[in-house]
Design a protein around this ligand. Structure first.
Ligand code: NI
Length: 169
């Protein structure tokens, strides 16, 4: 089932997500819904707080559903390694219509549970490293805007405020 994606301004996006205690049927449904919602958006990553559930879960798929091997589900994820630096354009389904250049480590390794509750590890460079870090940020209430320097952040925030005033956000 598709779930509505919350936008910047919703307080759930600003709460640190709680760890998942066990893989219950509700958690399995949530994961299925997150995958469906990510593909429909379409997007390459989605974190549970973006659909209003403050739990440490995210899904990523750089192929957006074209390659079954591209999908990863991460529950209770943690960084194992972060290194290097990359500067690329980035956006977010919770901040639709805006992108900005964000500095991120170039390579990351994340470990967590898969959807069966088994430990797994995911290594990413380039875009996958960026997506993993972006989703990890969502779990600690951080949006890509928070990683921008003053002026570029201000410009986007100001435009979103204008859109909100006329009911278009
Ligand atoms: Ni995002």
């Amino acid at each position: 089932m598709l779930r509505p994606i919350l936008r910047l301004g919703d307080s759930i996006l600003r709460e640190p997500a709680r760890p998942v205690a066990a893989i219950t049927p509700e958690i399995e449904t949530l994961i299925d819904d997150m995958i469906e919602t990510m593909y429909a958006a379409p997007g390459i990553g989605l974190a549970a707080p973006q659909v209003g559930v403050s739990l440490r879960i995210f899904v990523v798929d750089l192929s957006v559903g074209r390659d079954p091997a591209g999908l990863s589900v991460m529950i209770n994820p943690e960084f194992v390694a972060r290194e290097g630096m990359q500067l690329e354009e980035e956006g977010c389904l919770s901040v639709p219509g805006f992108t900005a250049t964000v500095a991120r480590p170039k390579r990351v390794v994340v470990k967590g549970w898969d959807r069966h509750g088994d430990e797994h590890q995911l290594e990413g460079t380039g875009l996958l490293a960026r997506a993993l870090q972006h989703e990890m940020d969502h779990l600690q209430s951080c949006l890509f805007l928070d990683r921008l320097r003053g002026i570029s952040r201000e410009l986007i925030v100001r435009k979103i405020k204008k859109l909100s005033k006329v009911g278009k956000w």
